[in-house]
Design a protein around this ligand. Structure first.
Ligand SMILES: Nc1nc2c(ncn2[C@@H]2O[C@H](COP(=O)(O)OP(=O)(O)OP(=O)(O)O)[C@@H](O)[C@H]2O)c(=O)[nH]1
Ligand SMILES: [Zn+2]
Length: 362
């Protein structure tokens, strides 16, 4: 055992740096690069980056590139070449679709073609998992180790692990009795990832028999719906409805997964809401921001169920992707239990879009 952080831990440090606007050095088989998140970039750091010379690019996802009509030569991402007089405002307007309709012409944007893109791809996964806008400045470096040491920057060297797994293993921390309105026999369990990231919770109702399928719900955090009573989605009524059903049956498990906004974070979800006010639906808004429809990692839910000793569930959901992910990750879905609650005039279109575009069962 070493006192030094392992790669997953260094990746977690890198995410904190990117959120603060501090650059990170990536190194791998394809060379080395200095990266910065577009969202947290400051004018002085952009000037410092320019002073280093070389040719930085702005890595964006193919989703964002489609909206911007930039060529994505690298399948899932595009490397947009910075104009010689690049400004902070230009970078932010490529990264953030907020003003796309007001000032549509950012280009024409020219994309880089050929060469290795592993580090660009890693940069985008890091900014995405930092819950920032999916856009990163990437400047190739001739040498990474000494550069990182000289500037005191985090160095993430993936040469030994090109397929770096950014989802960290989870461990139970504590559980305690929690009497609830739906059942006095409630218990709250806390699970913490090894990399110090967001904790996830499980509410166990009663004492479900591990040998039979348990009534289960994988609920993704929705600050607006769960706590504020937002009418834009159905999360609050679904959360309370699922707990009520478990209380009525006397047993169940509800996972409260901190994957706000289908995994894009609350700030990005609010960006998506602004785009929805400009006329885009929930899926289009995610795409314009540069995200996939759903960025959640449902392996987390499957792992928590396994850690709690459950191997088969009666899953409360209308989402076929959740069922597929459970099955792929070792949890048998014996039955789908529909959960249709909370439709209103504000979320009618949102629910219809989920049915039409994400295959939700009505
Ligand atoms: N990005 C984005 N996320 C949203 C939007 N509306 C709600 N959400 C998030 O979507 C998630 C809702 O997840 P779930 O309740 O698991 O819903 P689901 O995937 O439709 O599946 P079931 O409810 O099980 O059928 C929460 O994390 C919400 O914060 C939106 O317009 N955009
Ligand atoms: Zn919601």
């Amino acid at each position: 055992m070493s006192l030094a952080p392992d790669l997953t831990e260094i990746a977690a440090r890198a995410r904190s740096d990117l959120r603060m606007g501090v650059p990170v050095v990536l190194s791998g088989r394809g060379g080395a690069a200095l990266i910065m998140a577009a969202e947290t970039l400051e004018a002085q750091r952009l000037a410092d980056l320019r002073a280093l010379g070389g040719t930085p690019v702005l890595a964006i996802t193919a989703r964002r590139a489609t909206t911007l009509k930039a060529r994505a030569y690298d399948d899932d991402l595009a490397r947009v070449i910075l104009p010689p007089d690049v400004s902070l405002g230009w970078i932010l307007s490529v990264a953030d679709p907020a003003d796309d309709l007001k000032s549509p012409m950012k280009g024409p944007l020219t994309s880089e073609r050929g060469g290795a893109v592993d580090l660009h791809r890693l940069a985008l996964s890091l900014v995405k998992s930092s819950r920032l806008l999916p856009a990163a400045l990437v400047l190739p470096l001739t040498e990474g180790v000494e550069f990182a040491r000289r500037h005191g920057l985090t160095l993430l060297d993936t040469a030994a692990a090109p397929q770096l797994e950014l989802t960290s293993p989870l461990h139970p921390v504590v559980s305690a009795r929690l009497p609830l309105a739906v059942s006095e026999a409630g218990r709250l369990h806390i699970f913490r990832p090894e990399d110090g990231g967001e904790e996830h919770y499980a509410i166990e109702i009663g004492q479900p028999d591990r040998a039979v399928p348990v009534l289960a719900r994988l609920h993704s955090a929705c600050f607006t719906g769960d706590l504020m009573g937002s009418l834009k989605c159905d999360c609050g009524p679904q959360l309370r409805g699922a707990l009520a059903q478990m209380g009525a049956e006397g047993a169940g498990v509800l996972l409260y997964l901190n994957q706000e906004g289908r995994g894009i974070g609350l700030a990005n979800k609010m960006r998506a809401y602004s785009l929805q006010d400009q006329g885009f639906d929930t899926v289009e808004a995610n795409h314009r921001l540069g995200f996939e429809d759903d960025e959640r990692d449902f392996r987390i839910g499957a792992r928590i169920l396994s850690l709690m000793g459950f191997s088969s569930v009666r899953l409360l959901t209308n989402n076929p992707a959740k069922i597929a992910m459970m099955e792929q990750n070792g949890i048998k879905v014996i039955e789908r239990v529909p959960l249709k609650l909370g439709e209103n005039t504000h979320n009618h279109h949102y629910l219809a879009t989920k049915a039409a575009k994400s295959g939700h069962m009505l």
